[in-house]
Design a protein around this ligand. Structure first.
Ligand SMILES: [Zn+2]
Ligand SMILES: [Zn+2]
Length: 71
C-alpha cells in the first residue's frame, strides 16, 4: 500500500473502473502510478501504454518522488 501526496492523487491513481479492467483503456483515467518505477504519469489515450511522467502533483503541487527508471 503506497501513500500518495494527497487524497485527490490517491483517488485518481487508485481508481478502479468496472468497465475497464485495464486502466489504460479507461477514458476517465488520466493519471497512473507505477510502483515498479515509483513514478507518476499522465495517461495518453492513444491505444498504447504511453504516458507522460510528471514531476509535480497537479492537485496539491507537491514535488513527486524521483523515478527509479534509468534515464
Ligand atoms: Zn498531491
Ligand atoms: Zn472506464
Amino acid at each position: 500500500m503506497t501513500t500518495h501526496c494527497c487524497s485527490d492523487m490517491t483517488r485518481h491513481v487508485e481508481m478502479k473502473c468496472p468497465d475497464h479492467p485495464v486502466p489504460q483503456n479507461c477514458p476517465d483515467r488520466v493519471l497512473k502510478y507505477s510502483s515498479r518505477f515509483n513514478e507518476y504519469g499522465l495517461v495518453i489515450h492513444d491505444g498504447g501504454s504511453a504516458s507522460y511522467s510528471i514531476r509535480f502533483c497537479p492537485f496539491c503541487g507537491v514535488k513527486l518522488p524521483a523515478s527509479r527508471r534509468d534515464n
